[in-house]
Design a protein. Structure first.
Length: 298
């Protein structure tokens, strides 16, 4: 790295952004600990609410850092959409990768395929017998909502993260070179999750190792989200993809026999989930769809 390259970094804006993004989010991530001994349902509600609010910390940080530097919010490209075809990628890619994750989990014998949908049937068994519900219909409904409706709801919160990580941080790190900017921004994104991971989010049973596992996940996913940003020059495409990923990350669990380690398989965040994610990243690179030495036209 040359001095000429590093001197073009807006270090003051970066410090402002990272300070706000981390401090605000980490406070929100830690609030549910105050309810740890409360009713389990109350505790879970607190986790859901405050973790969702934390997703807007990077977006707030991006806005504050931009304004503090006397910059225009137009630089964040909030009003930009870019080529529409990438929104189809954003919407449908992660459902496909989630299905592949289920297949890889079964292939490596981390879990067994469950054609009887026992997880859903066990839940139905706890309901009154006169409730006319069918396991297959419930799974179909859940899958439909996760793929087609939930991403539009999730984008309300995912946009907060993407405005920060892709809309602000990625371009600010571009003087380092595209690959360095992509990798560094997504390592930061992974470490930002540390308080949530320590509490058991995504990797239950791995409070310390899980932080590093999360960094692997965010680098793989972040390369894809960065690709969408670079192709559209807009935070909206990665926000839709981020919302879609959150909606379907655990979808394959409906089709697997319960009782296995979900940090190892079954979800996009798991070790088995890294395989299809890495495969897609490799395809982006080999097909030259991922910009490395300039924007690809593919």
């Amino acid at each position: 790295m040359t001095q000429e390259t590093t001197s073009t970094l807006d270090r003051k804006a970066l410090r402002t952004f990272l300070g706000i993004a981390f401090s605000l989010a980490w406070v929100l991530f830690l609030v549910p600990l105050a309810f740890k001994n409360a009713d389990p349902q109350i505790h879970q509600i607190m986790i859901t609410v405050f973790f969702a609010l934390a997703m807007w910390a990077p977006g707030i940080a991006a806005i504050v850092a931009t304004k503090k530097a006397d910059g225009s919010l137009a630089a964040l490209n909030i009003k930009t959409l870019g080529p529409k075809r990438y929104y189809l990628w954003a919407w449908l890619l992660f459902p496909i990768l989630s299905v592949l994750t289920g297949g890889v989990t079964v292939l490596f014998r981390v879990a067994e395929f469950d054609p009887t949908l026992s997880l859903i049937r066990q839940s139905l068994a706890a309901l009154p017998e006169d409730v006319p519900l069918d396991a297959a219909a419930i799974v179909a409904l859940q899958a439909g909502v996760a793929v087609f409706i939930a991403p539009l709801i999730n984008i309300l919160f995912a946009f907060g993260e993407e405005l920060g990580w892709r809309g602000f941080l990625l371009p600010k790190l571009m003087p380092l070179g595209k690959w360095k900017a992509i990798i560094i921004s997504n390592v930061i994104w992974g470490l930002w999750h540390a308080p949530a991971i320590v509490q058991g989010h995504n990797y239950p049973g791995y409070p310390v190792l899980g932080v590093f596992m999360m960094v692997v996940l965010t680098v793989l996913v972040g390369i894809i989200l960065s690709w969408l940003y670079l192709k559209t020059n807009s935070p909206w495409a990665p926000a839709l993809a981020h919302g879609s990923m959150n909606a379907v990350a655990s979808l394959s669990l409906l089709f697997l026999v319960p009782g296995f380690d979900v940090a190892i398989g079954g979800t996009l965040a798991s070790v088995m989930g890294w395989i299809p994610l890495a495969g897609f990243v490799l395809w982006l690179v080999l097909s030259q769809r991922l910009p490395i030495n300039g924007r690809s036209q593919k």
